[in-house]
Ligand binder design. Structure first.
Ligand SMILES: [Zn+2]
Length: 60
């Protein structure tokens, strides 16, 4: 049962990250994400770590 829960969680999270990357980061948050694809030394994209940690901490 634990293996199934782990597998389902992995599959759902991969789907969620794909949708978040496609729809949010390449959508209205493109102004933060654009330099990530330009491979600059300092990236605005690093703000996503702050943005995504807020709901993570809230859920913990
Ligand atoms: Zn991207």
């Amino acid at each position: 049962m634990n293996f199934i829960i782990t597998l389902v969680t992995f599959i759902l999270m991969e789907g969620a990250t794909w949708v978040i990357h496609k729809c949010l980061m390449h959508g209205f948050m493109w102004f933060l994400h654009k330099d990530h694809h330009d491979h600059s030394a300092l990236e605005k994209n690093d703000y996503f770590f702050v943005i995504f940690v807020i709901p993570t901490i809230a859920l913990i």
